[in-house]
Ligand binder design. Structure first.
Ligand code: GLV
Length: 316
């Protein structure tokens, strides 16, 4: 049997992943290209956002292990083999990276650093009010791995943190008691109304697609900021541009887009109130993630329960 590593990786990335996986799983044979014969041997696919159709024709497949935390693109592939366990990437190093990006955005908003960057363009020397962390109301949408790590980090930093999840699935271990948790669609408008900064870390599902729309943006207080670190399809981009242009939203920090790479002519690139990253808020780090993959592959080999399995019906 063999592992098959595939997905959107350039040559150097693929080789780096192969080497890290091989080091973590010295006993396994790892393939990056398949022929008619090796196709028959693959029982684990290790995938980084693969093109649709990539996992067809693998008769021995027993596990699909994603290197990405979000599996929305995999699940939208109609040819994805059914009934094969699918595991998403859960790596504490990735959660911490996401919490760091969120903290950078929130700190910059609290202290006016995006505004100072604009002022520098105009050679404008003007000191802004200096707000305290405990004066700022920050909300996190999504309380999965990354949402919980981010809410925790922001609470530790002294912000007033509320968090929202689509449904109440019980207490979240380790979440500071100061984080106020809300659940369900009916709770969202009231939460929005008190969110000076809204951070999106939801999984992309049928229930969350387009959630960041004109209605939700209008429910935020005037001058609020939006931070989208989850998926581009959560956001109705034209609704955000209208809200930025009207001044209702004062700043957007965006890591993800409906089309990636973001096309050169897209208005976000040059919008003075958009700060953007090239889908880099939390990358999977091969050094730690290879160990996560290895642990699941060993569990498969030893017939132990697999970890981080996706509920395909739920979508994450
Ligand atoms: C990145 O967006 C991921 O899902 O890992």
């Amino acid at each position: 049997v063999s592992l098959y590593l595939c997905g959107r990786l350039d040559e150097a990335e693929r080789e780096h992943w192969r080497a890290c996986l091989q080091q973590a799983l010295p006993e396994e044979s790892i393939l990056t290209v398949l022929d008619a014969q090796t196709r028959e041997q693959v029982d684990v696919a290790v995938v980084a956002n693969p093109a649709p159709g990539s996992l067809q024709g693998l008769p021995q497949l027993r596990l699909i292990q994603s290197l990405w935390a979000g599996v929305d693109r995999l699940l939208s592939d109609a040819s994805l083999p059914e009934d094969i366990p699918l595991a998403r990437m859960v790596d504490p190093a990735m959660n911490q990276a996401m919490a760091e990006t969120a903290l950078w955005a929130v700190l910059s908003l609290q202290r006016g650093f995006f505004e100072y960057a604009r002022q520098q363009q105009q050679a404008c020397w003007r000191v802004l009010p200096q707000r305290r962390a405990d004066e700022l109301h920050v909300s996190v949408l999504g309380l999965g791995q990354m949402g919980a790590a981010t809410a925790t980090r922001l609470a530790e930093q002294g912000y007033r943190v509320h968090a929202w999840r689509t449904r109440d699935t019980g207490a979240i271990p380790g979440l500071p008691a100061s984080v106020v948790v809300h659940a369900g669609a009916q709770a969202l408008p009231a939460l929005a109304a008190r969110s000076e900064i809204l951070i999106n870390l939801l999984p992309l599902t049928a229930a969350t697609r387009g959630l960041l729309n004109a209605e939700l943006l209008a429910a935020l207080p005037a001058g609020a900021a939006l931070v989208n670190l989850a998926r581009g399809a959560h956001l109705v981009e034209s609704d955000l541009i209208a809200a930025l242009d009207s001044g209702h939203i004062s700043q957007a920090v965006l890591d993800v887009f409906a089309v990636e790479p973001l096309p050169g002519q897209h208005p976000f690139w040059r919008h003075p109130r958009v700060s953007l990253l090239p889908h880099a808020a939390a990358q999977t780090d091969p050094r730690s993630a290879a160990a996560v993959v290895a642990a699941n592959v060993r569990r498969l080999r030893q017939d132990q329960p697999l970890r981080h399995l996706v509920d395909r019906r739920r979508g994450y």
